[in-house]
Design a binder for this molecule. Structure first.
Ligand SMILES: [Zn+2]
Length: 208
């Protein structure tokens, strides 16, 4: 549950950086495109409970859709065309950049998984590059902080508050990332087998 929260704040703010740049160019389009960029950055991780980093992660297809959407928005920049283009661009950026982080295992800091994100186009898993060793690593927080700078400088009010809240969530997550797994391990070990059997395989596999 929690892993989606923190990786999500980094990805959402990466989208917001794109949205902020577009807002600076076309402020009359309003804040909806910026919101669409944040949602596009979040969107792929809604597959956390079902085929994580495969079901809604499309490093190739989101990019292929983003290119014409960006072209349309560039020729005819309206609130709608910019929102669509930013949603797709942020979702593409998220899907592609998951390769730069850790693998899918529950303790990604051990670096045992060779699965970062699924490439549907070539029908195979892409291996993690571990430039950011794992979601919730200190360098993940550093990236989140860097992404927060442009929108905090440019926006006031609710948008600024939401960005600061996302950074706060990331900060708490970095502190809890490893203890959380230890607590889950203890809990799974204490559960009777028939209860563990009811839990999704992905969540308990590494604990047994
Ligand atoms: Zn992801």
């Amino acid at each position: 549950m929690l892993p989606v929260l923190a990786a999500a704040t980094t990805h959402a703010l990466a989208g917001v950086v794109l949205g902020t740049a577009v807002w600076a160019l076309v402020p009359e389009a309003g804040m909806l495109p910026v919101l669409a960029a944040a949602l596009g950055g979040l969107f792929p991780d809604f597959d956390l409970y079902a085929g994580h980093r495969k079901t809604l992660h499309f490093p190739v297809y989101f990019s292929a859709l983003a290119v014409p959407a960006v072209a349309v928005a560039a020729l005819n920049p309206t609130t709608t065309t910019l929102a669509v283009a930013l949603f797709l661009a942020a979702a593409a950026l998220h899907s592609a950049s998951d390769v730069l982080g850790g693998g899918l295992e529950l303790k990604p800091w051990l670096g045992t998984s060779e699965r970062a994100v699924y490439d549907h186009w070539n029908g195979r898993w892409l291996a993690p590059k571990r430039l950011i060793r794992y979601d919730g690593a200190p360098e993940d927080l550093a990236l989140t902080l860097a992404f927060a700078v442009p929108p905090v400088l440019v926006f006031d009010g609710l948008a600024e508050t939401l960005v600061i809240a996302a950074v706060a969530v990331s900060g708490v997550y970095v502190l809890l990332r490893k203890p959380m797994v230890a607590i889950a391990e203890t809990a799974v070990a204490a559960m009777p087998d028939h209860v563990v059997d009811l839990m999704p395989e992905r969540f308990v596999r590494d604990f047994r």
